[in-house]
Design a binder for this molecule. Sequence first.
Ligand SMILES: Nc1ncnc2c1ncn2[C@@H]1O[C@H](COP(=O)(O)OP(=O)(O)OP(=O)(O)O)[C@@H](O)[C@H]1O
Ligand SMILES: [Mg+2]
Length: 363
Amino acid sequence: MNWDDTAPPTTEDPATGAPDRLVGADADGEDTAVEAALRPKDLEEFVGQERVREQLDLVLRAARARGATADHVLLSGAPGLGKTTLSMIIAAEMGAPIRITSGPAIQHAGDLAAILSSLQEGEVLFLDEIHRMSRPAEEMLYMAMEDFRVDVIVGKGPGATAIPLELPPFTLVGATTRAGLLPPPLRDRFGFTAHMEFYAPAELERVIHRSAGLLDVEIEPEGAAEIAGRSRGTPRIANRLLRRVRDYAQVKADGLITREIASQALGVYEVDARGLDRLDRAVLTALLKLFGGGPVGLSTLAVAVGEERETVEEVAEPFLVREGLLARTPRGRIATPAAWDHLGLVPPQQQAGAGGQQGLFGA
Ligand SMILES: Nc1ncnc2c1ncn2[C@@H]1O[C@H](COP(=O)(O)OP(=O)(O)OP(=O)(O)O)[C@@H](O)[C@H]1O
Ligand SMILES: [Mg+2]
């Protein structure tokens, strides 16, 4: 691997590096604009997630056959894996309108009551970030999900009365990146829970070919494979990298995306063959070169790369851990053999004459 030893660590925006990263999984402004156009419209078009698709297909088909409203669905999974997309597909497959809101937007139970009481029969209510709803709203939702009823409280203090309000049957689709944070009573009220996994490279290739078709971009299979391999298992990232590679292909070549062009383009954007960016590599490089592969404490590691502790822990580490390049242990962070391999370095104990440095650096 080739990296620039003298390059300063990424310090542009230490506290919030995440959303602006090319390989960040959260949507940025440009994504929001383009994503609508790239969203698969039905289950058939939705790439990968075979099990989820099959199960959801059964749930929706059966409801349609009964002429009933589909059961409530919970979608859990990391950012950019297709939860919002799938909620829209559910509505489309049911031929139902969809209302979109999110946990943080619902501050008071009254906000939720207003939404619920204005739903049409069969409507899909998409509640994004459902784990971030307020407690009173959550409790109102329990009853609405189970009995299609809410109690609207009128008045204050001892004179307050609860007026029951019937709701039309509706389908709640909840999405969360943190299923573990949902209180069990809420989780239990969903008839079906779909857990979205990261995508395999071959699936991302299909996403990329599909998007390239919609964006009118010419791409060779090897070009798509090159982009897929750097997309961190995430369709949103695959689509974003595709757009950056398209720019490069237009400006530096004839527009056709080949393996060579994809590789050069992503080299310019500092996204390496495994999808690591500059921050990820700075962390790994420090861990290997300065601390002999660890164990080293998080704070020490953060200082070494000139970043906030939180940035290293929340922005860089999750992917490095997932990739099996870094491990978090009680004694500190350690690099795995795969990390040495990825950066083309040799661990100290394998170097002739060099003593191991393990255990020298505490938290
Ligand atoms: N299975 C898929 N097939 C094709 N494209 C997909 C698939 N899943 C996601 N995408 C694409 O990835 C982008 C992001 O998907 P989506 O917005 O649904 O993710 P999300 O899970 O809702 O993310 P977040 O947690 O940030 O809300 C969309 O533009 C969509 O086109
Ligand atoms: Mg979403």
